[in-house]
Design a binder for this molecule. Structure first.
Ligand code: GTP
Ligand code: MG
Length: 365
């Protein structure tokens, strides 16, 4: 027997006391708690310590889904599972989520029945997000800013990983540019092929915590996962030579357990980074500009040309980077129209509710 073999427990996957409390009613029914580590079409893989099962949704779970009062499980969820064969089980319930990461798509936050569809959800119970940014082919500070704003909306802290530093002449220049723009963010430049810079990143990935990797296709998410795992666990592919874009190699979400005990979630590349958060959250993500705006002469200043505008003044004096200023305006505008969509949706829902009520009273329903 190999005496160096260590066994995983449910705690390896981030189980804790408050989850145990929430699980008590299911424990009495003989169910087992499992974390979803893979997600396919209607099928899931759940783990609990060293045991893993292929999972499907139970009949009662599906019924609740049909009624529009139950969301689908997503990777990272803790579920109550009824095992019915040595390698199979049914998901009976999802335990309350600590948080949920939304897919960044513009103006598309809810399913038609009001419950967010799982297609709009990336993962649950996430401790941190690592924004993966290719510095050779696709370095884009504005995109990173959007990711940070969206993560902010879901209250998920972010770190920034700059990949392919072996392919640029001066990697330090990229790190400094990123740091200047996002001083609150830890920046990790890495070469996932040779492993350069990986040790510092591993130190930031704490045992039993879950980090989701986010970035465009070809940014190097899966290559990084393979490097972090110390073996090939994920498929990778060359980017297209003509436009430097990725090939959408990863098609579903996979959670991996790293040798240091941290959990890392590989995701498919995200094509569109839209804005679906509120204006308040945009202001939170640009606190320096928001603070300045309190000093503007007009309380409804749009910071685009009004006299006495402190934001424009700071821009002229070079205190705010031009690109950052335009991104602030753009994201604010998108959030504004998103809020309008939410308002209209609420109004429509209210009108339908009123109509149903009237018809019921008149005996037509
Ligand atoms: N030289 C170098 N190449 C890298 C590095 N990281 C990734 N690559 C290459 O970039 C290409 C794309 O990497 P992937 O890991 O497949 O990218 P991905 O982000 O997982 O892409 P999707 O799965 O499509 O979302 C592959 O050819 C990798 O070998 C790096 O640090 N240095
Ligand atoms: Mg991939």
């Amino acid at each position: 027997m190999d005496s160096t073999r260590t066994y995983n427990t449910i705690f390896t996957y981030g189980w804790h006391e408050s989850l145990a409390k929430q699980f008590e009613p299911y424990e009495n029914l003989g169910y087992i708690p499992m974390r979803i580590v893979r997600q396919g079409r209607g099928l899931y893989k759940g783990v609990s310590g060293d045991a893993s099962l292929l999972l499907e949704l139970s009949g009662s779970f599906l019924n609740l889904q049909d009624l529009g009062i139950q969301q689908s499980p997503v990777v990272g969820d803790w579920c109550a599972v009824r095992q019915y064969a040595s390698d199979r089980g049914r998901i009976e319930a999802i335990l309350p989520r600590m948080n949920i990461l939304h897919r960044p798509v513009a103006h598309d936050r809810q399913g038609s029945n009001g419950v967010e569809g799982s297609a709009k959800l990336v993962a649950a119970n996430i401790d941190m997000a690592a924004i993966i940014q290719d510095c050779r082919y696709d370095f884009n500070l504005r995109r990173i800013e959007r990711f940070i704003s969206l993560l902010h909306a879901d209250s998920i802290p972010a770190i920034l990983v700059l990949t392919k530093i072996d392919l640029v002449e001066d990697p330090e220049a990229y790190r400094l540019r990123a740091l200047a723009r996002f001083p609150q963010c830890h920046v990790f430049p890495v070469d996932s092929i040779s492993g350069n810079g990986i040790d510092a990143l591993v130190e930031a990935l704490l045992p039993t915590t879950t980090t989701v990797l986010l970035g465009t296709s070809g940014a190097g998410k899966s290559t990084l996962v393979n490097r972090l795992c110390g073996q090939v666990v994920a498929k990778t592919a060359d980017i297209r030579t003509q436009d430097g874009r990725g090939r959408h190699t990863t098609t579903s979400r996979y959670m991996h357990l790293l040798p240091n005990g941290a959990l890392i979630l590989d995701t498919p590349g995200i094509r569109v980074v839209g804005m679906n958060s509120s204006q308040e959250l945009v202001h939170d993500a640009f606190t320096d500009i928001s603070d300045l705006s309190h000093g503007c002469r007009f309380s409804d200043c749009t910071h685009t040309g009004e006299p006495g505008c402190q934001v424009l003044q700071a821009l002229r004096e070079g205190m705010i980077e031009q690109d950052r200023y335009f991104n602030y305006l753009r994201l604010g505008q998108e959030a504004q129209s998103w809020e309008e969509v939410v308002r209209q949706r609420k109004q429509k829902k209210k009108a339908i509710g009123m109509l149903q009520y009237r018809l019921r009273r008149e005996g037509n329903l």
